[in-house]
Design a protein around this ligand. Structure first.
Ligand SMILES: [Zn+2]
Length: 170
């Protein structure tokens, strides 16, 4: 079964409230900040790690199938865009593969996690929606691709968009 097959199967899943998810993320980020005594770098790492740990649950039952259908790196532009739309209901504003840098850049001007959230100035370096690049990194690890995804810009922290860059180390 190809990627469309397993996503198609998952379309039968019931949706959970996006507000509930946003509130959950806000509570978790607040907990990380308190635990790290306001250390932004440590908190950013914790948010991304949370995303990586979410991957196993999100892809439960599909990991083995995914391994059988390892596409080329640039195909992850479409695969991850489709998965993002399926889980968030949002489409990326832009997704571009740069073959020179071996980087796929994803942008969402209307990020479902950051929507309606404006962080205070002392939190402007926070990568608030880093669960997304965390999940993408987790997917690449599951697929056995040497790659890493990081947040480049965050709208909640005052950016123009929420941007993530997936870098291939192949
Ligand atoms: Zn965001």
């Amino acid at each position: 079964m190809g990627v469309k097959g397993w996503l198609g199967h998952k379309l039968k899943t019931k949706k959970t409230s996006l507000e509930l998810y946003q509130a959950t993320i806000a509570g978790i980020v607040d907990t990380f900040l308190a635990k790290n005594e306001g250390d932004i770098e440590k908190t950013n790492a914790d948010i991304k790690d949370l995303g990586e740990r979410m991957t196993a649950t999100l892809l439960m039952g599909y990991a083995e199938k995914m391994k059988e259908h390892a596409p080329s790196f640039e195909k992850f532009k479409d695969t991850l865009s489709l998965a993002y739309k399926f889980y968030s209901g949002n489409s990326f504003t832009d997704a571009v593969y740069d073959p020179q840098r071996k980087v796929i850049r994803f942008e969402d001007d209307n990020c479902f996690i950051c929507r309606g959230i404006t962080l205070s100035d002392d939190l402007k370096d926070l990568k608030y929606c880093s669960v997304v690049p965390g999940i993408f990194t987790g997917v690449m690890k599951l697929r056995g691709f040497p790659a890493d995804c990081n947040q480049i810009e965050c709208k909640a922290a005052g950016g123009q968009t929420c941007a993530y860059e997936l870098v291939s180390f192949e």
